[in-house]
Design a protein around this ligand. Structure first.
Ligand SMILES: *Cc1c(COP(=O)(O)O)cnc(C)c1O
Length: 434
């Protein structure tokens, strides 16, 4: 008789897992105060004292900068917007290349496109999944203007080497820290390691406000350019007497007072939430040590990890089956997460598809129908998005990486036990998968 649920056996567990809930009374009370004040936003898209937003926005920005030890924090409505502001502030434009990671949420690779620059994909580190310094160096040309380094899955990029390469070639580094708030590298906060850093307050992240983001920098000029792009630069620059008009096409990427009030409370919870993640990961890792085909993600030397997700790598030779088959069997053992019942349990095979394999890059259609920015007259390079350009990321995605979120705060010991039990059971009965 089959034991594995995928073959008709009994599941390890049927009761749904708890959802990730980090918004509570503190945020409710803070939002209630905003309602009392009747100020939901105070931004004005003109050179006026309200150009910088209302009281909650300003308080949040001050507190965020203080917490992370940076000079400026600028709130925006999403990290996607934050990355666009960062790319614009850095002065990226037509003809330029920006080196990006193919292993990230799409916005970090698309940001250069918004300003008509060409994303160039570098491969990632096999151990830490962040953009690889050797690969970055190999892709630098005289058109390269910036590097967007992502702190993927909860730990920082190799700030030593990437920053040194950037310095040597006079490039701006933008750090996408959406997945690693609270992580450290050489005792410095992730998000503050580059020229500009971007945090996310999207509801998938460690702390959130539904949607939202903060962009940080120590550079006064970059900070002001970010604030301009956030808020209708084009109608502000004349009165503000802004000399540098490059990329001063403004958007409305402003955060509301409600989100800002929530964010101030969320920031206070960050350390505690990170500590819980670390406890859950330690517990789960100990249990999963019994499964020889799984290896926990490595932590970079001199760095800390805050585990946006639990990442494992899979050894198919040891298991005797392909990762996808193994993961499919694990998923069959477990119920979904509450509020996500219709989706089944999510245990990822490989995180995201390497971004260059997406249709926009394969077909080179971004702006209009003429192939811009790749065919733009200012662009003198030629760039490949062929399968094979980043072998490490392709192997991680198609063969080896496993990612899941069954370790977020709110999971009980039993929830963690059941999660581990599903992996152990599939390992013990892997013969059934052949
Ligand atoms: C979530 C995420 C983003 C985008 O964040 P939003 O706030 O949803 O726009 C960007 N980069 C990475 C690495 C992310 O995980």
């Amino acid at each position: 008789m089959a034991k594995l649920a995928i073959n008709g056996g009994e599941k390890v567990r049927s009761e749904v897992f708890p959802p990730y809930i980090v918004i509570g009374k503190e945020e409710q009370d803070a939002v209630a105060e905003v309602f009392q004040s009747h100020i939901y936003s105070r931004f004005i898209g003109a050179w006026h004292e309200d150009f910088y937003g209302g009281p909650q926005v300003r308080q949040l920005e001050e507190e965020w900068a203080e917490h992370f030890g940076v000079k400026h924090a600028v709130s925006v409505n999403s990290a996607t917007s934050g990355l666009y502001c960062a790319a614009g502030a850095a002065g990226i434009g037509p003809g330029d290349e920006v080196i990006v990671s193919p292993y990230t949420m799409s916005a970090s690779a698309v940001a250069p496109l918004i300003f008509n620059a060409v994303p160039v994909f570098a491969d990632v580190e096999r151990d830490y999944f962040c953009i690889d310094a050797d690969s970055v160096e190999a892709r630098i040309t005289d058109r390269t203007k910036a590097i967007i380094a992502v702190d993927i899955m909860g730990q920082s990029y190799d700030a030593d080497r990437i920053n040194a390469i950037a310095k040597k070639h006079n490039l701006t580094v933008i750090e996408d820290c959406a997945q690693a708030p609270g992580a450290k590298f050489r005792k410095k906060w992730a998000g503050t390691l580059a020229d500009i850093g971007v945090y996310s307050l999207n509801y998938h992240k460690h702390i959130h406000t539904g949607e939202g983001s903060l962009v940080v920098t120590d550079d006064d000029e970059l900070a002001e350019r970010i604030r301009l792009i956030r808020n209708h630069a084009e109608s502000v620059v004349a009165a503000k007497r802004t000399a540098n008009l490059i990329n001063m096409v403004g958007f409305n990427m402003r955060m509301t007072e409600i989100e800002s009030a929530m964010a101030r409370e969320q920031l206070k919870k960050l350390d505690g939430l990170v500590a819980q993640r670390l406890e859950n990961i330690a517990y789960l890792s100990e249990k999963l040590a019994q499964v020889p085909c799984l290896k926990p993600a490595a932590v970079r030397p001199n760095a800390t990890h805050v585990y946006y997700q639990h990442v494992l790598t899979f050894n198919a030779e040891v298991a005797g089956v392909h990762r996808d088959k193994f993961v499919e069997a694990v998923k069959a053992e477990l119920p979904p997460i509450k509020l996500r019942e219709t989706e089944g349990i999510k245990i990822g095979c490989g995180y995201v598809k390497p971004i260059y394999l997406q249709p926009m890059f394969q077909q080179r259609i971004a702006y209009g129908s003429k192939g811009c920015p790749w065919s733009c007259g200012f662009y003198k390079g030629s760039i490949s998005y062929d399968k094979g350009i980043c072998p490490v990321v392709e192997d991680l995605h198609f063969n080896t990486l496993i990612n899941h979120e069954l370790m977020r705060p709110g999971m009980t010991q039993k929830d963690l036990d059941d999660t581990a039990a599903a992996f152990v059971k599939v390992w013990d009965n892997r013969g059934e998968l052949k």
